[in-house]
Design a protein around this ligand. Structure first.
Ligand SMILES: [Zn+2]
Length: 307
């Protein structure tokens, strides 16, 4: 039998794949609660179920970054309403996965617009068009961004300045780094999995090779003391951190590619490459079966390097 934690992990990332989440919801997930945590400069994050939601709640500007699932999106929206007297200026999606955009429809009537990278609406629609699991109804049309950008987007919102930047393919082919410039806080979406094996969405254009560059470029573009909000973290580990966390993930992805390159050079098969863990220095990374495991990561790395 699954523990509640395993259920949550699996349902979140099944949603990310756009496959089994509808089934998971049909099984009535356990009641969830949400927590608001303040960072600085009127920013902070909300934790419920799925990818961390970032926020700016200031007297002259309201921004929400990602929406988790419908149930936790409602909790987040209620919490924001109780903390603010104005409507939400902008909703940002860091990328298209269902555990970051599943609550978009809940927020839609309450936001001035939804912003994401130009590749995100198409990826979201493609995921929603995938055949539903047997016996499940097809999903409702997804609520997608009505504003998109290609490389960099920047705008003042009240006294804050919001910046989105696309560094090329990494976790998907539509990941934004979302920076509250004055607060010196950046939401990484799923470009950051803290101390756990990441989901790498190769069918949506992911690239481990470029992901390494993205993390390095992000560190270069930000101050030494920028606080980063992560999409996900190992149980018990923080969902925020500093540039050291980004560089550790860069090192992890580099180690994944190094091991895989050697396996290919040694003539190993994909199945053999998948058994080459644990990775030295990263033995404590969280395994979240069935998908978020080192074996899966090594298999995807094998596919990337072989192509
Ligand atoms: Zn994701």
């Amino acid at each position: 039998m699954w523990t509640r934690r395993q259920f949550l992990e699996t349902s979140s990332f099944a949603a990310a794949l756009g496959v089994a989440a509808r089934g998971a919801f049909a099984q009535a997930p356990p009641a969830v609660t949400g927590t608001f945590t303040a960072l600085r400069g009127n920013t902070g994050y909300f934790s419920g179920r799925g990818g961390t939601i970032g926020w700016l709640i200031a007297p002259d500007g309201l921004v929400v970054v990602d929406t988790q699932f419908p149930d936790t999106a409602q909790l987040c929206l209620d919490g924001i309403k109780s903390r603010a007297s104005r409507s939400i200026d902008l909703l940002v999606n860091t990328h298209h996965h269902g555990d970051h955009t599943g609550g978009n429809a809940v927020f839609r009537p309450h936001v001035g617009g939804i912003l994401a990278h130009a590749n995100v609406p198409g990826l979201q629609q493609k995921a929603a068009a995938a055949p539903p699991p047997p016996g499940q109804p097809p999903p409702a049309a997804p609520t997608v961004a009505d504003k998109t950008y290609d490389k960099v987007w920047e705008q003042a919102i009240g006294k804050e300045t919001l910046r989105l930047k696309y560094y090329g393919p990494a976790h998907t082919s539509g990941d934004s780094v979302v920076t509250f410039v004055k607060a010196n806080v950046a939401h990484m979406g799923d470009l950051m999995f803290n101390k756990r094996h990441p989901f790498i969405d190769r069918p949506s254009g992911a690239s481990i090779t470029n992901w390494i560059t993205v993390l390095e470029s992000t560190v270069k573009d930000h101050a030494k003391d920028t606080t980063y909000i992560f999409g996900h973290a190992k149980d018990g580990q923080p969902v925020t951190g500093d540039q050291g966390h980004l560089l550790e993930m860069r090192n992890y992805l580099t180690a994944v590619l190094d091991v895989t390159r050697k396996a290919i050079a040694d003539g190993k098969s994909r199945d053999e490459a998948m058994t080459l863990g644990p990775l030295p220095k990263f033995e404590d990374y969280m395994e979240a079966p069935p998908r978020l495991t080192l074996a899966t990561v090594l298999g995807i790395a094998y596919d990337e390097l072989k192509n």
